[in-house]
Design a protein around this ligand. Structure first.
Ligand SMILES: FC(F)c1nnc(N2CCN(c3ncnc4sc(CC(F)(F)F)cc34)CC2)s1
Length: 489
């Protein structure tokens, strides 16, 4: 059983980051499972005290002591911890007969959380992810509701209920074999919530939102990693609270070193972002972390996640490694091409829109300013990756009920492609195998997008290896891309 044990209480009052790390270490290393409610309340109090402008100036803590924090008293935590226990035990009066949760139980816990939330509030506000926010402000964001349901089920003694995470949604799995699943929170704006229902079997199952049924299924330790990833150090739109950011980074390293981030690409990416800002002595560099996130997604999630590539692409872009950025974004595009675009996929749509219409045009402007000696405009593999990037977006649109591309995409695209000289473009062969998939190769040697994945029947056609390549013009591009490229040839 989890719990707030004497050895944990002995750490209070907590005055610095190292003591918080000790609390997490004790909770994570001991045989019993970590107590999600306790840890969420502790980081929630710290985050709130250091980021809410109201009392930011009134901090009473020793600024000189190493990594000091506002004094965190035991009774502040105990009061909230007991309050959460009471809410769960009174509202969900279960005869703890069953050892495994049922859909009815999960729905009831979700209803307790749901019905106790403030009627209407700005759902996308920061700092609404923790049980501290729930217990003191009756406000939670989409992730926070799902996390609270899992923490509530843990409190009730159901250790089979776990958090399932896609790149933009959260739900729960439960049951003797962990094969049952249920919606427990809302998603997006203006969508009716589907709480209590099984995860989409219909068209929504082919949308990015459900990552082709390859979600991150959390252990208790990975649920701790999720609450740590959800820590939000932002003070306002331009500044972060330094101690909160440092605490998050140290906690992510603790979880990384204990091996709990192995199957959690986004948490590794979060750590990579923090390391890029300020790297910790003796740790792997952020570039390696972004690579590890990609390896994890390829190994455990059948390369169906986009964010590991956009984490890496963003890193290359910020560090002016434009050739590498193009490759990361083309790889991201190779993931999204497998999906059908649905109205629930706005977040990833915005991600690709920003890359295509902001980041790539900025690179083009800088590279064609004439001062870059080793310009990417002379590199055929950059042009090839650019085409692969755009083609993936076109294929994403193919077979989708909702269109992706519109004229707003065309201008930046044509502008970008026309920046590459004809002789550079001519060095890119577009070869096509029997399955009609385009592949982009360079003269000497070639590389292929290796997903001969047939979106319709969800299979990899086996004849890919026996493909007889023929050089073709760009005539085999997705019609949208063909029209666009014709515009500038
Ligand atoms: F691609 C890069 F540019 C990204 N930079 N930040 C990205 N984030 C920030 C962190 N983040 C996450 N980081 C850890 N775990 C989770 S679980 C989840 C979905 C939901 F919120 F539960 F609904 C999101 C998410 C979402 C993706 S992607």
């Amino acid at each position: 059983m989890a719990g707030f044990r004497d050895i944990d209480k002995a750490l209070f009052p907590i005055k610095n980051i190292n003591t918080v790390l000790q609390l997490f270490r004790q909770q994570l290393e001991d045989t019993c499972e970590p107590d999600l409610a306790l840890l969420s309340i502790v980081v929630g109090i710290i985050e709130n005290s250091l980021t809410s402008r109201s009392n930011a100036a009134l901090q009473v803590y020793e600024p000189f002591e190493q990594n000091s924090l506002p004094l965190l008293e035991l009774d502040a935590v105990e009061t909230l911890y007991d309050k959460f226990q009471n809410i769960m035990n009174t509202a969900v009066n279960i005869n703890k007969s069953k050892s495994f949760a049922t859909r009815d139980l999960v729905k009831r816990v979700s209803d307790v959380i749901w019905n106790s939330l403030t009627r209407s509030y700005y759902k996308d506000r920061a700092h609404l992810q923790s049980l501290y926010s729930y217990l003191t402000g009756s406000k939670l964001d989409c992730f926070g509701v799902a996390f609270a349901v899992v923490a509530g089920c843990q409190t009730l003694g159901y250790n089979d209920v776990h958090l399932a995470l896609s790149e933009d949604h959260a739900w729960v799995v439960f049951g003797e074999h962990g094969t049952e699943n249920a919606e427990v929170t809302w998603h997006g704006k203006g969508n009716e919530d589907k709480r209590g229902q099984e995860i989409g079997k219909g068209v929504s199952s082919r949308s990015w939102l459900y990552v082709n049924n390859k979600p991150v299924i959390c252990t208790r330790q990975m649920e701790v990693a999720a609450l740590v990833s959800a820590i939000n150090p932002s003070l306002n739109s331009t500044h972060d609270a330094y101690e909160v950011s440092l605490l998050q980074q140290e906690l992510l390293w603790l979880l990384y070193d204990l091996g709990h981030l192995k199957k959690y690409p986004m948490a590794i990416g979060n750590l990579g972002d923090l390391e890029e800002i300020s790297s910790k002595e003796g740790k792997v560099p952020c570039k390696t972390l972004f690579e590890e996130a990609i390896v994890s997604a390829r190994r455990y999630y059948n390369n169906q996640h986009v964010y590991p590539y956009t984490y890496q692409g963003g890193y290359f872009y910020r560090n002016k490694m434009y050739k590498e950025a193009f490759e990361s974004w083309a790889n991201a595009s190779d993931v999204i091409r497998l999906y059908n675009y649905s109205r629930d996929d706005e977040e990833i749509y915005k991600e690709f829109l920003e890359i295509a219409n902001e980041l790539i045009p900025h690179i083009m402007k800088v590279e064609s300013s004439g001062f870059s000696a080793n310009t990417i405009l002379k590199k055929p593999e950059c042009f090839a990756n650019l085409l692969r990037f755009y083609d993936g977006i076109c294929q994403w649109e193919e077979g989708s009920a909702t269109p992706v591309l519109h004229i707003g995409w065309a201008k930046p695209l044509v502008n970008t492609i026309s920046k590459f000289d004809a002789d550079v473009r001519a060095q890119v062969n577009i070869v096509c195998d029997k399955s009609g998939e385009e592949k982009f190769s360079k003269k000497n040697g070639s590389y292929f997008n290796n997903n001969n994945y047939d979106k319709e029947n969800g299979s990899h056609n086996s004849d890919a290896s026996k493909s007889n390549e023929t050089d073709i013009s760009a005539g085999n591009f997705h019609p949208s891309l063909e029209a666009l490229t014709a515009a500038c040839s």
